[in-house]
Design a protein around this ligand. Structure first.
Ligand code: NAP
Length: 557
């Protein structure tokens, strides 16, 4: 395993247990910062990741066209180190996947993180030992580990969703999931390619694939509203100002609804006339990115009529861009704009004007089965050399459930979350002492700047661990009552918006059989205020155990 030899906690050759203060699962944005921060506190920390390198989501999602679709550079990055901000040059406002991965690799080297990361290692088992007050872990290689604290930085969009379509495994051509894209170059040249799925991954990859493939068939179940991303080279003046005023910019990011220094409108759509609205939407469409959603009117995501004004505008744009009216019609969504993850694209709708691209509307012509030679829909057979599954993820909770830790009394997270994804603060779970989640269900996760959110969450975890250590405490966990209250708080905020009204991966509706629950805390920076309040009140909502943990004979061996 990479870099093991440099580590002070070498794996024991005789199969004995390795002990750490903290084990972190995942070496993406969240896990890397957790390592840096907690190691900086003097704790022994070890990170495990199934990938062969750092990057998490950015390591796996290498499909063509993958790039940042959040308010981009220099804000989608770590904020904790001014030196890092000065050292790293982002080439574009919306960096592509290789650039983000290069950045994370640089961070790993710059802060000497790799010596405490073990790659190509999946965590196979995680079980809390109440007597020892430690997590007992086992890796895919059979190594046994114990840690007082377990941090799951397993990613919100990492458990890929392979659709249950009859015959999928019989397909004889190349077949790739966007979230598990190969490291070797994939050529589309001269091939008939089919893409199933039109979420962010589909919408980013479809224009790229269409440019190279002989023929591209897009299988669309639900049409999407997409906004031009308008990627451009970084403006040196923006970079200079960011570097000179980073502390102030960071403070602004931390206090802003999305975690980015981004103008958010406070006006209602109905304070303007229809003509004024149209003019503003046009201006923000030209500007590109999330501005049209968050910078136009404050009630777009809370008022159905306000939402309709913007949805109509975007549907009008689709009608203008796509030349064939029947295709344009199929591409026009009918749900509340922004309530599925808002897409940003680079020439998505324009792609349907190409002669080598066809759109299949699965609502009218559903897939019946996958054949060795292609896809059979109700009305037709589509012969394909390659199938791209852009079918998304079991989001937010999927990777945690695949790990399926077992807490007090051996109860599994799967059992606990069978009917509700309960958590307290989106970070801790009753009956799972000393377990922390980064970007867990009930945290702002995907609707806040994720690198910044991960930093703030890790800092809170670090403070919590320090509190335990300085008070002679061995374990912390939330009360069921605190979970219920948090659940109501998260749902209460969400229910003031239109988000829960739409089937999306935010609500779990994309995974057959998953129970429906809106799992994102929509209060933005209020979340971090709530975390601070809870800590200031002596970790209100948590119960502690004094430190009595004894290394059992087996663990001590
Ligand atoms: P997604 O948004 O869940 O989209 C999956 C697509 O597959 C949807 O169009 C879905 O249709 C379709 N689908 C799923 N199962 C299907 C089936 N059985 N038959 C036909 N169609 C099916 O997944 P994603 O595009 O991978 O994106 C997930 C999230 O990852 C994004 O929303 C974003 O937050 C993140 N992401 C970020 C970036 C970036 O920052 N650059 C890039 C990619 C992804 P329905 O809509 O009908 O369910």
């Amino acid at each position: 395993m990479a870099h093991m030899d440099q580590h002070s906690h070498k794996p024991k050759e005789n199969g004995a247990v390795e002990h750490y203060d903290v084990v972190v699962i995942g070496a993406g944005f969240g896990g890397l910062y957790a390592l840096h921060h907690l190691r900086g506190m003097g704790l022994s920390v070890r990170v495990y990741d199934g990938a062969a390198g750092v990057g998490g989501t950015w390591w796996w999602n290498r499909y063509p066209g993958a790039r940042v679709d959040f308010p981009g550079s220099p804000f989608y990055c770590y904020t904790f180190s001014e030196e890092l901000v000065r050292e790293w040059d982002w080439p574009e406002t919306q960096p592509d996947q290789p650039s983000v991965l290069a950045y994370l690799e640089y961070v790993a080297d710059r802060f000497d993180l790799r010596r405490d990361i073990q790659f190509e290692t999946w965590m196979r088992d995680a079980c809390y030992d109440e007597e020892a007050q430690r997590w007992r872990l086992e890796t895919s290689a059979g190594e046994r580990i114990s840690a007082q604290f377990l941090i799951c930085a397993v990613g919100t969009l990492s458990a890929t969703h392979k659709p249950d379509i009859p015959g999928l495994d019989t397909f004889a051509g190349e077949c790739y999931h966007t979230g598990r894209w190969p490291h070797e170059p994939v050529s589309f040249a001269g091939k008939r390619v089919g893409v199933i799925g039109t979420g962010s991954s589909g919408v980013q990859s479809i224009p790229e694939i269409a440019r190279e493939a002989a023929y591209l068939t897009v299988f669309q179940r639900t049409p999407q509203y997409s906004i031009p991303v308008r990627n451009r080279p970084m403006d040196p003046e923006v970079v200079r100002q960011a570097r000179e005023n980073w502390a102030a910019i960071r403070a602004k990011m931390t206090a802003s609804p999305l975690g980015a220094p981004f103008e958010v409108s406070e006006r209602s759509a109905f304070e303007d006339t229809p003509e004024q609205r149209q003019a503003l939407y046009e201006e923000l469409w030209q500007k590109g990115g999330f501005h049209i959603l968050f910078g136009s009117y404050a009630d777009i995501l809370t008022n159905k009529e306000a939402n309709r004004t913007l949805a109509d505008f975007v549907r009008g744009k689709i009608g203008e861009i796509v030349r064939d009216p029947a295709t344009a019609e199929k591409l026009m969504p009918d749900y509340y704009l922004g309530t599925k993850r808002q897409l940003l694209d680079d020439g998505y709708y324009e792609t349907f004007n190409r002669d080598n691209v066809a759109l299949v509307d699965l609502r009218q012509d559903p897939i019946q089965e996958i054949l060795p030679e292609g896809v059979r829909t109700a009305n037709s057979e589509h012969l394909l050399d390659m199938l791209v599954l852009a079918t998304g993820f079991d989001a937010i909770t999927g990777a945690l459930l695949r790990l399926n830790p077992r807490g007090r009394g051996g109860a599994s997270l799967e059992e606990k979350w069978r009917t509700r994804f309960d958590s307290y603060l989106g970070m801790t779970v009753a009956d799972f002492p000393n377990l922390f989640m980064i970007h867990g269900p009930g945290s702002p996760s995907v609707l806040f700047n994720m690198p910044l959110g991960a930093e703030l969450e890790s800092a809170w975890i670090g403070d919590c661990v320090r509190y335990l250590r300085t008070h002679g405490l061995g374990a912390i966990e939330p009360t069921p009552d605190a979970e219920q209250r948090w659940d109501r708080e998260v749902a209460g905020i969400a229910n003031e918006t239109l988000y829960p009204l739409t089937d999306s991966w935010y609500t779990g509706a994309n995974i057959p059989g998953k129970h429906r629950q809106f799992c994102v805390y929509l209060g933005g920076p209020d979340y971090f205020r709530r975390l601070a309040e809870v800590a200031a009140q002596g970790y209100e909502g948590f119960v502690f155990e004094p430190e009595y943990g004894q290394l059992t004979e087996e663990l001590a061996s």
